[in-house]
Write a protein of this length. Sequence first.
Length: 247
Amino acid sequence: MLPIPAKELNGSGALGPYWTFYNAVAAEQLRRWLPRRPALLLDISGGRGRWAAQAARRGHQVIEVIDFRRSAEPWLREACADRVRRIRADDLAFLPDACVDGVLAEERALSIDIMAESAIADVARVLKPGGRVLVSVDSLVLGMAILAEQNFWAHLRQTGEVMLVPWPDGSITRCFSSGQLRELLTGAGLTVEWVRPRTVLSPSTVDHVLSGDARALGRLVHTELETRPDDDDTVGIHLVASARRDR
């Protein structure tokens, strides 16, 4: 059974409290990941703005690539707008080698890009030595649950092969095990620092805690991020990883 119904995966509906928690976890993960000193970052998360805005508020300069396949959201009406340059492109050919200090590939960017190997190779190319990338992808847990929800039972056998998952809206995404995500990153010449599910707490647990005390959100986020379920493929709809370019 799908851990979160497909209709809820846009962050709306009955699971509003869970998505509030999920977004708070994602924001704190990014805060902890961002460089301590001002840096030049590349955001290939699709043009939704929240990641670039958070990095800009921390003093970083950001190049935000707006994917042709997604509509950009006009969010930049705040003081940090001058630190973000938005560019519409379908690849990174406009950037020279070793030019950015970090890359954000949030919003499941490498799952939406079926040719993830080519995308991450380009990310590794533009990273400076010592530069890092933060990525999020759809997990096998999510992929198999979506297939089950659509009664695609013949596709549910786990193998080492690439899992491409058709969604009810007609789109197709690529789902990863933690091992496959590690292979993707190391195959591009990057060193993996860590891989983990974005969240391990269930929607029912989050809803139960927050319904009793709305102020518990901070404690829930702290609990989530102090949990160390590295490489656990059994929980979480999305996986998050950090990797660096050593040379």
